[in-house]
Design a protein around this ligand. Structure first.
Ligand code: TRP
Length: 335
């Protein structure tokens, strides 16, 4: 049997709770991928500090993120789930990659330009500028070939490929060539109150955001209060009925049903029945995940132990790559 292809992805520990958009848009797909791939999932706390953070909140959110991924089905015995700052090779390789990255090349990253524009050019840090080379280091340390990311991260994976190529050409074949694996568009979830925008943890109001850690009664309330559209027909039509279409997507994914069969079921019934049933489906999916996450968070010492063990597994791979890189670029080994 040939070994499974190596997969790497990262998530920011920047919220207390994941939301249903993260769950459907990423987590469910990651869960599937961990059986077909040798999967490594990294909670990227070093990336999180490229914008201002509250130290206590970052520490807490890092644990919470880990707990929720495990509760939602990322198995830390099947996949490797670890915290980026626990493996020193990440910033170490990033430094070497910085030295082969053009200033102009990094300046062209659209996410940097967006974030820098938001903060004002003087407030943007060198760390924010170097965000993409740290991400390249994440991927290249493990010679990952598959990198599941959202559309907004595709440019960073392209840069990673360019850097891998450049390094391999200059210093000899070292890195495998990663491929972006763009997560499916059908799984994009929109804000329940504002179905024109993606569900986001940084939304101005979170009344349209369903958090994984919400109490079941709150979840049900949010679903029932979701904005629907004029008319009363439960029909998938993104242009005319963005609200209902979004709810149909959520229903279809969580109940593992086709949109067409849902439309048929609710033919002649109103939005009320539809939303009541959807609320039940969402609560049935998330209540056990929430309960498991809270249980994990109740025993932080055990959770930290799992993360430490996973970091050791990651480091065993990363340190080998880093040693090769240091050697290739001519750094004198310490004896
Ligand atoms: N930048 C990614 C995001 O914001 C997170 C990330 C960091 C990542 N390192 C990675 C994703 C490596 C894939 C591979 O979503």
């Amino acid at each position: 049997m040939s070994p499974k292809p190596r997969l790497f992805s990262g998530m920011q520990p920047s919220a207390e709770s994941l939301h249903i958009g993260n769950y459907i848009g990423a987590l469910l797909q990651w869960k599937e991928l961990q059986t077909s791939h040798d999967a490594i999932f990294c909670i990227v706390d070093l990336h999180a500090i490229t914008v201002a953070q509250d130290p206590a909140a970052l520490r807490e959110n890092t644990r919470r993120t880990a707990a929720q991924y495990i509760a939602a089905g990322i198995d830390p015995q099947v996949s490797t789930l670890f915290v980026q700052s626990h493996v020193a090779a990440h910033p170490q390789l990033a430094w070497v990659l910085n030295t082969i990255t053009g200033f102009g090349e990094a300046s062209r990253m659209t996410q940097f330009k967006d974030k820098a524009a938001k903060q004002g050019a003087d407030a943007a840090s060198v760390g924010l500028f170097a965000y993409p080379t740290l991400m390249a280091a994440d991927i290249l340390l493990y010679n990952a070939v598959a990198v599941p990311v959202g559309d907004d991260q595709k440019q960073h994976v392209e840069l990673t490929r360019d850097l891998a190529n450049r390094f391999n050409t200059r210093f000899g074949p070292t890195f495998a060539m990663p491929e972006p694996m763009i997560l499916t568009e059908t799984a994009r979830i929109y804000d329940l109150q504002n179905p024109g925008s993606k569900m986001s943890k940084s939304a101005e109001s979170t009344s349209g955001v369903v958090w994984l850690l919400d109490e079941p009664s709150v979840t049900a309330k949010k679903i029932k209060a979701a904005v629907t559209d004029a008319g009363r027909e439960v029909r998938y039509d993104v242009a005319e009925k963005p609200g209902v279409s979004n709810l149909l997507t959520i229903f279809a994914v969580l109940a593992d049903r086709s949109i067409a069969s849902l439309e048929a079921d609710y033919d002649g019934k109103g939005y009320g029945d539809f939303k009541t049933d959807l609320a039940e489906v969402v609560v049935a999916t998330f209540a056990p995940v929430r309960a498991r996450a809270l249980e994990l968070l109740d025993d932080p010492a055990e959770l930290d132990r799992v993360l430490a063990g996973n970091a050791d597994r990651a480091a065993a791979i990363a340190d080998v790559t880093l040693a090769t890189v240091y050697d290739r670029v001519g750094l004198l080994p310490k004896r």
